[in-house]
Write a protein that binds this ligand. Sequence first.
Ligand code: ZN
Length: 176
Amino acid sequence: MKFKFCPLCGKKLEIRDSWDEGGVPYCSSDDMMFFDTPKPCAVIAVVKDDEILLLKQSYIFKNSKVLVSGYVGTNETVEDTVYREVKEETGIEIEEIKYLGSDFVKDKDLLMLTYMAKYKSGEINKSSEVEWIDWSKIEDALCEMSEDEVGKKVVKKVLKEIGYKGTKAFTCEISR
Ligand SMILES: [Zn+2]
């Protein structure tokens, strides 16, 4: 998102040259630059043996399952978000989180920070935000996540991480 008005005082921002960033919206009253602000969001693939935790939230995708995800809060590290979102949405405790890289969703201005995590303990306790949640075979995940392009990229990285050698997981990818 590009700021046009100062989020603090409402004044129209001018463009000022920042030595390494080029033109940046600037408020002379607050003497502050307002850089573009993509929203950081964590995406987490929770893995338990040969299964992965998938959920359905039809406000995101109507006919597709997705991974656990959530916005990074204020005063929170992305790692905090990863543990918090999994606990809040699923009731499960995780461990050994591993960063798998980032992705950008242009039309939503989202910076997706993707992680893989190992199931530690707890039973699934669905939050009201979630319509459906369960363990799926990792092999079936790509087929079940048809609309979730970012999620599918994460699953492919997970397959690599766990040393998956089969072909079944990619059956739904071949036709594309
Ligand atoms: Zn201002």
